[in-house]
Design a protein around this ligand. Structure first.
Ligand code: PRP
Length: 175
């Protein structure tokens, strides 16, 4: 049996909700008159994306890919496993990638390079949590919620070996 984990609160649901609202306003302003394709990277994005899209005024199309590089480990394997690949047509579309967290940047960097080759009209990245202290691959973040500390984070979609994604707040986890 593994020892119980200790969780330290990093961001309350009110703090997260305020930032998600601000991001929705920025996106609304920038995509006026357009019909962007929001591409969420599962699994981590599901809570953020669900909250974000329900605050938007602009009409959007929604799709997902499922990419994984951590598995049950606490550090990135550096290799992306494509669990569910891309189904949408990208050429000529205004594409906005939705990520819960950018850590090493390997996942977002890989996916942006892949999408760029498909000739979207525009390609931007929206990230709720940025952990710049761990970056290995530069990724340009167009819409950012929070810069977060270099700790293992769970909640609001982020997991530790499959657990804690459902928590409405963001926590750091200690063994
Ligand atoms: C997490 C997270 C991001 C990625 C960020 O996904 O959701 O997609 O890691 O880390 P990086 O910047 O170091 O690539 P994970 O591989 O854990 O899969 P999951 O979303 O299914 O939990």
């Amino acid at each position: 049996m593994t020892a119980p984990k200790r969780l330290t609160l990093i961001l309350t649901k009110e703090e997260i909700s305020r930032e998600v609202k601000r991001l929705a306003q920025e996106i609304d302003r920038d995509y006026q008159g357009k019909y962007p394709l929001f591409l969420g990277i599962l699994k981590g994005c599901f809570v953020f994306m669900a909250d974000l899209v329900r605050l938007l005024q602009v009409p959007v199309e929604i799709d997902f890919v499922s990419l994984s590089s951590y598995g049950s480990a606490k550090v990135s394997s550096g290799k992306i496993k494509v669990v569910q690949g891309l189904r949408s047509q990208i050429k000529g579309r205004d594409v906005l990638i939705i990520e819960d967290i950018v850590d090493t940047g390997i996942t977002a960097g890989y996916f942006m390079n892949y999408l760029r080759r498909k000739k979207p009209a525009s390609l931007k990245l929206c990230v709720l949590f940025d952990k710049p202290s761990r970056r290995q691959v530069h990724v340009p973040i167009d819409y950012l919620g929070f810069t977060v500390p270099d700790r293992f984070l769970v909640g609001y979609g982020l997991d530790c070996d499959g657990s804690f994604r459902h928590l409405p707040e963001l926590y750091a986890i200690e063994d």
